[in-house]
Design a binder for this molecule. Structure first.
Ligand SMILES: [Zn+2]
Length: 381
């Protein structure tokens, strides 16, 4: 099943934000797929909770932004102070009445790296904005809901596979946004599933070219607070307490691993937290990618001691692609064939073991970012 909602698209130019992120990426994936999915019903709206959808061969189009994420869900993984700032709790005077930048505006400017080290706008032209930043926040919230909904659909009776054409904001950290990510939809969705009793053991397989630093941090902090079991619990026999294992396969250098660029982007920023399994791929090691990914999944199996996860979230970043348009993703360049080998391996691994999975689109920049996802989904129909 493929999950898509046009209202979840972030048209950054509408906010004066000049990032190389194409708002038409998901549509181009769907354009490619329409020839592949017999019976795909473009325009069909799917309310949730609703009937069980047990066909893998239909496109479902969501409508509306009410996807059931509450402020409390956000506070389950992010700091209360950060969430309060986003909701404007600490804004003494509304920004519109001359109160200066709101907490939300400050957080968004930081998350999308729109202010340079001299305090000047960077890739940001507020005079060209036609929508308020608060509307961008609503879209971010909708994407958090989309990721959660993809998990719910993957857990429903049926094929156990849902690909959400959105989400993947894996750099968002405990008390700040980062790297074009304001809120961490992955951690929020996983913890919501677990607190609702829908999943015990969860694996997060993050294949975006950039390390999943925010997710690793949020999972680590949840363990530290005693809300999540330590990784060793994954191998326990019997009833599983809420437990999450994280695997990140990413370029071995560059952002966010490069301490210098990190400090420049966010002075005073806390050091990165490791994932349970981190696999850095060096430039020129593209031929080794698949072998190293397989090793990473074997490590997850070992940590799980034969237990099968209730669901796997696959952060399916397309910025590993050699034609990706973001300069900071250029240290790793997989060909289209290598991207497809990556996705097909993970897909087959999960399907063959009857493991349910929710896939989220994550990074992918420029005009050709749609290609890896489109060809992968077209191939598995
Ligand atoms: Zn990325």
């Amino acid at each position: 099943m493929i999950l898509y909602d046009a209202s979840h698209n972030m048209r950054f130019q509408d906010y004066g934000i000049m990032l190389p992120i194409s708002s038409s990426r998901a549509e181009r994936v769907l354009d490619h797929l329409e020839g592949h999915f017999e019976g795909g019903t473009r325009g069909h709206s799917m309310p949730y909770p609703g009937p069980v959808f047990n066909t893998a061969s239909a496109l479902f189009y969501l409508s509306g932004k009410n996807t059931g994420i509450t402020r409390k869900d956000l506070e389950t993984v992010h700091s209360q102070e950060f969430i309060a700032a986003l909701f404007g709790d600490n804004d003494p005077v509304p920004a519109a009445e001359g109160g200066g930048l709101s907490g939300l505006a400050k957080a968004l400017l930081a998350a999308y790296e729109l202010i340079d080290s001299d305090g000047k706008p960077h890739r940001y032209e507020p005079d060209r904005a036609v929508k308020p930043l608060s509307s961008l926040f609503q879209t971010v919230l909708a994407q958090v809901g989309g990721t959660y909904l993809a998990c719910r659909l993957a857990l429903d009776p049926g094929p156990g596979f849902c690909y959400y054409l959105g989400g993947g904001m894996h750099h968002a950290r405990y008390d700040s946004g980062s790297g074009f990510c304001l809120l961490n939809d992955i951690a929020v969705a996983v913890r919501k599933l677990q607190t609702e009793g829908r999943a015990g053991l969860v694996w997060i397989i993050d294949l975006d070219v950039h390390k999943g630093d925010g997710t690793a941090e949020l999972i680590h902090f949840a363990r530290w607070r005693g809300e999540l079991a330590p990784p060793s619990a994954a191998a326990m026999p019997g009833t599983m307490p809420p437990c999450v294992l994280t695997l990140s396969v990413h370029m071995a250098r560059g952002w966010p691993l490069d301490a210098e660029s990190l400090a420049a982007a966010s002075p005073g920023r806390a050091p990165l937290v490791p994932s349970d399994v981190d696999i850095g791929i060096e430039t020129g090691e593209e031929e080794e990618y698949l072998r190293l990914l397989k090793e990473g999944i074997v490590r997850l199996e070992q940590l799980s001691g034969g237990n099968s996860p209730d669901i796997v979230l696959v952060v399916d970043g397309a910025d590993v692609y050699e034609h990706d348009g973001l300069p900071s993703s250029g240290l790793l360049k997989l060909s289209l064939e290598q991207c497809l080998a990556r996705d097909n391996f993970v897909y087959r691994y999960l399907i063959d073991r009857n493991i349910r999975s929710a896939w989220i689109q994550a990074g992918g920049y420029g005009d050709r970012a749609w290609e890896p996802c489109a060809y992968f989904l077209g191939g598995i129909r």
